[in-house]
Design a protein around this ligand. Structure first.
Ligand SMILES: [Fe+2]
Length: 385
């Protein structure tokens, strides 16, 4: 038996107005930049009741931030926890709801089988970027600071009651943020389509998310006033979030989580740039799935040729978005040199090969293959091993 779970999703123009139908005490979890830029206010003005805003969420949020926010929530005693933000704020909000209801739980130890109490606090997630899909998934990714690694916790109670997917919240997203968050969404859709946990409920979702992203992401990134493109990409990100909620992310995320934890570049760049390499490598275990996905994206070729065409399509998308198709290029933009990469290679390999996402791979690459994958992705060499 398996479950496909979803929050109730309000989407499209004016989706935020749904909030006006709720009454009670709202504990808003967000970050200070979103408060300053006025984005939080776009949602908060629709809340009817007492409001407390916790704006201490940091990028790559830690377990400590969840505890800090729960302590504030405990004094406030909310009826609703409202996450407003990118993946970081939404993940912290998810952590806050489950820990607020279960103070004895250590967030690090939450697994799908953990017994939890439900005390009626509702969780509402409002994404301000189109990427993480966190608003629609049952996972929290938090950083263990002392180990420089990201840990994913999965549980049905982590799923939001409501996701509000309103394009108004993302229309002022800076171009570069729109680019890397969109690449994260694409990585989710492709990873979930080839996961060992793929299923009939997520396959169609993944295909539609990929179609939307290949079609609309370049337009949405170049011109944020292109309402159609911005809205379709926003929907695609939530679709891809639903897909990983049931099928889980895969190899691009094993590498991506590791890179993000050790070298701190945006998650979407880390996963998206690894995608051509993980696609080629992993096709040895999931050729039929890649061939099928390629077909739905308009690629006529068969078997390995279909994979090669799909890799080409991903690289063309990266080029359209002005993103290098190798890690060396993106690291340069963040001041990370060749030496730093190779100095950290062993740690990158270890963290990737022990990342939770390897659990849903049809076969787990050897450490040697992980090392080769990192090097090929860094140097921009075609996977030929
Ligand atoms: Fe991701």
């Amino acid at each position: 038996m398996w479950w496909f779970a979803s929050p109730r999703i309000a989407f499209g123009e004016d989706a935020l107005e749904f909030l006006e139908s709720l009454e009670g005490k709202f504990f808003v979890v967000t970050d200070s930049n979103l408060v300053k830029s006025g984005v939080v206010e776009k949602a908060v003005k629709h809340l009817r009741g007492e409001i407390e805003i916790f704006d201490g969420v940091e990028p790559d949020p830690s377990f400590e931030i969840v505890e800090e926010a729960v302590a504030v929530a405990r004094t406030f005693q909310p009826d609703y926890v409202v996450g407003i933000g990118g993946g970081s704020s939404l993940d912290v909000a998810k952590g806050v709801r489950i820990i607020y209801e279960n103070p004895h739980l250590n967030p690090e130890e939450i697994s799908p089988w953990t017994d939890v109490e439900e005390k009626g606090v509702k969780l509402i997630l409002i994404p301000t970027a189109s990427g993480s899909g966190s608003e629609a998934s049952n996972a929290i990714v938090l950083t263990k600071k002392d180990e420089d690694r990201k840990i994913a916790s999965v549980h049905p109670r982590i799923m939001a009651d409501y996701a509000i997917v309103d394009p108004e919240m993302v229309k002022d997203l800076p171009e570069r943020v729109a680019v890397f968050t969109g690449l994260d969404a694409l990585s989710h859709a492709i990873d979930a389509y080839v996961s060992a946990w793929k299923n009939d409920f997520t396959d169609g979702i993944c295909i539609q998310a990929c179609k939307l992203l290949f079609t609309y992401l370049p337009r949405a990134c170049k011109d944020r006033s292109d309402r159609e493109a911005v809205e379709r990409v926003h929907n695609a990100a939530t679709l891809a979030g639903l897909a990983i909620g049931s099928s889980q992310a895969g190899l691009s995320h094993s590498l991506g989580h590791s890179i993000g934890g050790v070298l701190h570049i945006p998650h979407g760049f880390a996963c998206g740039i690894c995608l051509p390499y993980t696609t080629k490598y992993y096709s040895r275990f999931a050729l039929e799935y890649y061939e099928e996905l390629a077909y739905h994206l308009g690629i006529q070729a068969k078997k390995e040729e279909a994979v090669d065409e799909l890799v080409k399509k991903i690289k063309t998308l990266l080029a359209d978005l002005n993103v290098p198709d190798n890690l060396k290029g993106i690291f340069k933009e963040y001041g990370i040199g060749e030496e730093e990469f190779y100095d950290n290679l062993k740690r990158l390999v270890y963290n990737a090969s022990t990342d939770n996402t390897v659990l849903t791979l049809a076969d787990i690459p050897s450490e040697e293959d992980f090392e080769k994958l990192f090097i090929h992705a860094f140097e921009g060499k075609d996977v030929d091993f």
